[in-house]
Ligand binder design. Structure first.
Ligand SMILES: [Zn+2]
Length: 500
């Protein structure tokens, strides 16, 4: 809360476990405390890890203008992260971030190296998306790590144009276009590994904003075990995809891991004796042996038209990235009815809402009833870092606080219960969390539920039957994860907050 800066750490540094060495001179990005040569070439910083680990830091109460914006950003981020948390004890008020500016001696900054450096740091920090965001006086680079955005470094406004130019060239975009959105891809070769990225540029009032999605398949495993699904739930899911036809739906908001779940099933079903075809927007990962088709609106290849074409390709298993409209919903259910196994995703908050949602999209209730096998509703929550998680005992005050915010969660705890919360250490980049896991709610469409759907019975009654059959709610899965110390109460409140 105070302006104290003593243990403020740098994102770039902590992500690799190195201790930063704060420096007072913000402008020269090229030297470290031991290399005090003011005019060292820029490349030195970007090429050499060691140098990169010790970038310049600006004081948290800086005389320079550029830090103003990112500080505000950080506060917003902290507020978001700590939503609802009143105690300010371990909040970091103003995280200092690295600043990269043009060398003062007039030498050129190597933009290609700068971009490589950013991507390299992103990979180290297990980033999913890099945001290069123009502000009025500075360009802020932010990483999304475990679903949360974090300011990482800032680039001088005088570098903005050349940075954008380089990215556009590499992504084969129009360099003379500044007012229209553009999409492209860049393949980086970093430490002899191919790193594919999907690039999106969108003009904002402060200039063009770049978002780079890192498409890293390596080390990413598409299995339910790695997502943290319980053995009991896995058995139910397994039963659903072992049926020769019908529909399997993964539901939840954007970024809840739906694609990973569908891929986990595809991976299981993938063999030489079946034809698996997908239509996706975008195709992010390719599974060997699976035919992935990319939606292309310009070529009129939509989810619906792609799906129609797939049906003429003698498919066994079809995956449709997302059911967004009535047309797609109807082709998909018809495909499931005519002997295909259809996998797809939908935006609904919970499993049971999927049924009225499909009916809203003009799918006849009898069709929903006869095709739907299972609905997997899910969220992704961050796992507490094992190295630094802090044990706390719930007291009356805490219980009252949680009850006020989330009665449904609070009712599962009592005074004296021991839970854990995040602390932050070098291993976890000071966030207190490492990696994510899934929270699941699995609706198995039993014979009784099928009959109820086709007879258009009240959805609340269907829900009751599902609960009697043992359907566990996402919140309950989350409460279990808090009780086992996998994650914190705040995190569960965050990811299970209803978004209307
Ligand atoms: Zn930690």
């Amino acid at each position: 809360m105070s302006g104290s800066t003593a243990q403020n750490s740098q994102t770039v540094n902590t992500s690799t476990g190195q201790v930063p060495t704060p420096m007072a001179t913000p402008n020269s990005l090229s030297q470290t405390p031991s290399e005090t040569n003011q005019s060292a070439p820029t490349q030195a910083l970007i090429q050499e890890n060691q140098t990169a680990q010790q970038p310049q830091v600006q004081s948290s109460t800086p005389p320079q203008a550029p830090t103003t914006t990112p500080q505000t950003e950080n506060q917003n981020m902290d507020e978001q992260k700590k939503a609802g948390e009143q105690e300010p004890d371990n909040q970091t008020p103003t995280k200092k971030i690295q600043t990269i500016e043009k060398p003062k001696d007039g030498s050129e900054l190597n933009i290609v190296e700068l971009i490589n450096y950013i991507v390299k740091q992103a990979i180290k920090a297990k980033t999913s998306d890099i945001h290069i965001e123009p502000h009025e006086e500075v360009v802020v680079v932010r990483f999304r790590i475990d679903g949360i955005l974090k300011d990482v470094l800032q680039v001088g406004k005088d570098i903005q144009e050349s940075l954008l130019f380089r990215i556009k060239v590499a992504a084969k975009m129009r360099t003379d276009e500044h007012f229209a959105p553009q999409d492209g891809r860049i393949r980086f070769i970093i430490e002899n590994k191919k790193i594919d990225t999907r690039i999106s540029i969108l003009p904002t009032s402060s200039g063009e904003k770049v978002v780079m999605r890192l498409l890293i398949k390596e080390g990413k495993s598409f299995t339910f075990s790695s997502l943290g699904m319980s053995d009991a739930d896995q058995l139910v899911v397994e039963k659903s995809y072992n049926r020769p036809y019908g529909m399997i739906l993964a539901v939840g908001p954007t970024g809840s891991g739906k694609t990973t779940s569908l891929y986990a099933i595809l991976q299981k079903l993938n063999s030489r004796d079946v034809n698996i075809t997908t239509v996706e927007d975008p195709v992010e990962y390719s599974i060997d042996g699976v035919n992935h088709i990319q939606v292309n609106n310009k070529a009129n290849l939509t989810f619906a038209s792609g799906l129609r074409s797939i049906l003429r390709q003698d498919p066994d298993i079809i995956m449709i990235g997302e059911i967004r409209d009535a047309e797609t919903a109807n082709i998909a259910t018809n495909a499931a009815l005519t002997g295909h196994l259809v996998l797809s995703s939908l935006h609904t908050n919970d499993a049971i809402s999927t049924i009225p949602r499909l009916i809203d999209m003009d799918v006849e209730p009898f069709l929903v009833a006869s095709t739907l096998n299972i609905v997997i509703a899910q969220r992704l929550a961050r796992k507490l870092c094992d190295k630094c998680k802090k044990q706390i005992t719930i007291d009356q005050e805490e219980l009252t606080r949680i009850t006020k915010m989330r009665q449904d969660i609070a009712m599962n705890f009592k005074v004296g219960d021991v839970v854990y919360k995040e602390e932050g250490c070098e291993t976890c980049g000071d966030s207190g969390f490492m990696g994510r896991f899934g929270l699941f709610e699995i609706l198995e469409i039993t014979e009784k539920i099928r009959r109820m759907i086709s007879e258009r019975e009240n959805i609340d009654d269907v829900f009751k039957v599902a609960r009697e059959n043992g359907m566990k709610l996402i919140v309950e899965d989350g409460v279990n994860a808090v009780k086992t110390g996998t994650t914190s109460l705040e995190e569960i409140m965050r990811v299970t907050a209803l978004k209307q």
